[in-house]
Design a protein around this ligand. Sequence first.
Ligand SMILES: [Zn+2]
Length: 104
Amino acid sequence: MNGHVDFPLNGDQIRLIKEAVGRKCEFDRKTRVYKNLHLHHIIGQAEGGGNNYGNLIVLCEHTADDCHDKADHGRILKKKLRAIISRRPKRMRAEIIEILKGNY
Ligand SMILES: [Zn+2]
């Protein structure tokens, strides 16, 4: 263990992150209602992926063409998801980091 404690995100944080990205699937860029968006871990929590900025991306789910399912099954590559995160506007990045810190 490296001493890092990964606190679970609460419902407000999850909702606010979906809001911060414009309530869009960050892969297909289509606006969705909250319940059709999933805060996806690029490295799954079971594999040690945490609730850190670079590991979290908002993807659609419960639709006919579901990006979350594709990402979970390797049909959207992790490097593609990381590239999308790296292109987020500075202001969006700052907002998400504050939400993750609990400052909201
Ligand atoms: Zn999508």
